[in-house]
Every structure is written in C-alpha cells, then in structure tokens.
Design a binder for this molecule. Structure first.
Ligand code: F3S
Length: 422
C-alpha cells in the first residue's frame, strides 16, 4: 500500500504505541482487500466494549491506558445494559456497572458515548462523500444511502480507524461500488416504518450483498421510513447501501443509480411480499411478556408518535411495553414532556441497549461472575423485521411482528393485533 509520511509515522511508532497498533491493523486489513492506499475519514461509529464479556470492556480500557485517542468525531454503538435504568430491564447491577466501566474508557478515548444504533438521531450526521467507518450495519447503510457518506460494514477496525483518522480504500469507499445492481419497483401502499422494514427484509434477501435500487413509492419516504428500509435490507442480506432515486444522494433517477450500465429488468414487489414478512414472524404463543418499539433506536419523531398513540391509554397488566431510544433522544423527550406522557401510559423507555442486545440473548456465554440469567420469555411483539429476526434467533422465544400502531394496541389490550387489523 502507498502510505503518506503521516501514515508511515504512525506505522513506525513515532505517534505512540496506540496509533502504531491501530495503523498496523489497518494496513493488514487494506492488504487483505487489495487497497492501494488509505483515505482520511471524518467520522467513526465504534465498538462499545460489551459488558457481557469482561475482556471486551478490558480491551477498551487497555486502549485508553496506552493513550489511544479518537482522531475524528466518534460515537459508540449499542451496549448490553441500560447504564442508568438497568433495573427496568431486570439486568443485574453487575452488568450495568461493567458497562459503565466501558463508558469511562470511551470518555478517555474522546468518543461520544452514545451507546446507540442510531447515532444520527443523537447528532452524528456525516455529510455527502465523507469517508467514515461503522461497526453497526444499520448505521453503515443509513450513512451510505440516506446521507451519501462512504462506509463499509466494519468490526473492531472501526476503533482503529477512529484512532488514526484513516481507513483503507476498498469497498463502499470506491466510486465503482456505489452503483445499483438490481432494480425493485414497489407496487403497494406502504405506511410507516414497519412496512418499510418488511420491504427492506424482502429486498435484502433478494439482493444479497449487492446495491438495490428501489422505486415506485407513492411519495417520498420519511427519514424514519428510510432508516427502517435500510435496517431491513441489512438484516436479511449483506447489503450496505440502497438507492431510492430522487431521495438518496446523489442519484437523481434510475439511470444515474446504475451509473451508465444497463438498467436490469425490474423485480416487482407487491403487498403480498410485504405481508409474507409479517407472516414469517408470527409464532404460536400462550401469552405476551414484552411489546417492543424502537428498532433501530427511536427518533424524536417516533417518540412523539408513540406518545400520541398512548395518550389516555394504559399498558395492560402483565405486559411490558419497551421503547428503546438513545439517551440523547430520551433526554430530548424528557425535556419536552414526551417521556412523562409515555411513562404515564406505563411504557418503559430504555436506553443504551435493546431486547436483542441486552442480557436476554441465549446464544452468548456471558462472564459467569456477572450472574446473568436470561429470563424465559413467553413471547415478544415487535414492529421491526430486524428485531424479529434476532429475537427468534438469539433470545429464542416466540416472536410476533406487526406495525407500530398495532403493537401499541397489543400492549394496551393484552392480545396480539396483526398488521392491518386495528
Ligand atoms: Fe438497534 Fe437492537 Fe435494532 S441494535 S437496530 S435496536 S436489533
């Protein structure tokens, strides 16, 4: 790889051991993917240090101890526990305490310890053509597609990129990767993020790791709908970018989305394909324990919408209604009185984690010293295809997917309300 003098200084240790370690890792990554050089990045969304694993938190502390510092603005991905309201989720205090140790390490690293999968709703909004790095697939696809920034789906290398301000030039950092590979024409009336989440899940399974170009919408999708579309696409396949011509930069029309290549024959997506995703996640169940909203972590607009749905209502006995949002969005909701309305209805507003990411997962082996015991859940109702997949796969309990409005109806009535049956 061609390295600049500044990059060679880091690699050879003249910028200290932390940057040397990070640059060595990035050079290895670049060589593995045939990158000719590094690019300068403007933003990093990095690994949290997951409290279910002591060594993972210690790794972040170790980096802070050798004076690692973020060279660019950095936000932190979702974690294993709500560091303030852990009791609301039934987590042991030991888990929250360890997660707070990771937050302390991030403070020393200079990261904004957002502990969220939607850092953009918390103010991290990289602009068009900004090279960046992200550990979270939902963040990668939102930033690539909706904001026009340039990111791969990264792992721990996102921390190293943040420490150096560099990333190898490969994948979605290259112009030639940022072109459509398949065309989807929507022939259904979609309403709200849940429908877009199911559309994304359908499209993601069909496109694999390509770039779907999605057209045919009756109106310009909202930011929340585009967020849900991307999360769905990135869940059922390996895609990191989608294009909605006229809405996602810089592609004005279908021809531009394919970058001068032939436009392929379209795949038509009707209501039946959307409904099939809802039907796929409708397990037999005896009773409902949790209704969950906020996957990806809710935006300010979604918080207001949930409050309007819940005004004057009350969550049914024996059911918990979880709303997950970043702490920044939660604080904004508290300041505006929206949080009080949600809590008056009996909802729990959880930050820093989500059902799939908290201590519920049965597919992880937490540090035994934490005393983590995943609860036996009878069923979880969700309004996101992404959360549905992970509840079934990782929490391993029955899951039921519906719309946000129907999920609120379910929480208040105590019986499952399918999408469209309200
Ligand atoms: Fe975020 Fe958890 Fe959904 S990490 S995208 S709320 S599954």
């Amino acid at each position: 790889m061609d390295l600049t003098q500044a990059e060679r200084d880091m690699l050879e240790g003249r910028e200290g051991p932390a940057r040397q370690r990070a640059m060595k890792g990035l050079v290895q990554l670049g060589r593995a993917y045939g990158a000719p050089r590094m690019v300068e990045i403007g933003y990093a969304h990095i690994h949290a240090g997951m409290a279910l694993y002591l060594e993972d938190v210690e790794l972040m502390e170790e980096l802070a101890a050798i004076d690692a510092r973020m060279a660019v603005p950095a936000s932190v991905n979702i974690a294993n526990a709500d560091t303030v309201n852990w009791r609301a989720t039934g987590a042991p205090e030991s888990l929250a305490r360890l997660q707070r140790r990771a937050a302390g390490a991030h403070a020393r690293l200079g990261s904004d310890c957002t502990f969220t999968c939607t850092p953009y709703w918390a103010g991290h909004w990289p602009t068009w053509n900004t090279h960046m790095t992200s550990i979270e697939s939902t963040v990668t696809i939102f930033c690539n597609s909706v904001l026009g920034a340039r990111s791969n789906r990264d792992g721990f290398f996102a921390v190293y990129a943040g420490m150096t301000g560099r990333y190898p030039l490969f994948g979605y950092h290259r112009d030639d990767m940022r072109r459509g590979t398949g065309l989807f024409v929507v022939e259904a009336d979609l309403a709200g993020p849940s429908d877009f989440s199911c559309l994304g899940f359908h499209v993601g399974a069909a496109i694999g790791d390509g770039v779907p170009v999605v057209t045919g919408f009756a109106r310009r999708p909202s930011l929340d709908e585009l967020d849900a579309l991307g999360a769905g696409i990135a869940t059922s396949g390996g895609a990191s970018m989608f294009i909605v011509p006229g809405a996602t930069p810089p592609f004005a029309d279908v021809e531009a989305a394919f970058g001068g290549r032939d436009v392929p024959a379209p795949t038509r997506v009707g209501r039946a394909a959307i409904d099939a995703v809802y039907a796929r996640y409708r397990d037999a169940h005896d009773a409902i324990d949790i209704v969950h909203l906020g996957c990806p972590h809710a935006s300010w607009e979604e918080m207001k919408h949930y409050a309007r749905l819940l005004d004057g209502r009350r969550v049914a006995g024996g059911i918990e209604l979880w709303i997950t949002a970043s702490r920044n969005v939660r604080n904004a909701a508290a300041d505006a009185g929206v949080l009080a309305r949600l809590e008056a209805a009996g909802a729990k507003v959880i930050s820093d984690t989500c059902p799939m990411s908290c201590h519920f997962a049965r597919t992880v082996s937490p540090d035994p010293a934490l005393g983590v015991v995943p609860p036996r859940l009878r069923a979880v109702v969700v309004d996101s295809a992404k959360q549905a997949k992970y509840v079934r796969d990782m929490i391993q309990c029955p899951v039921l997917l519906t719309g946000a409005e129907e999920a609120v109806e379910t929480a208040c009535s105590g019986r499952f309300v399918p999408r469209g049956a309200r």
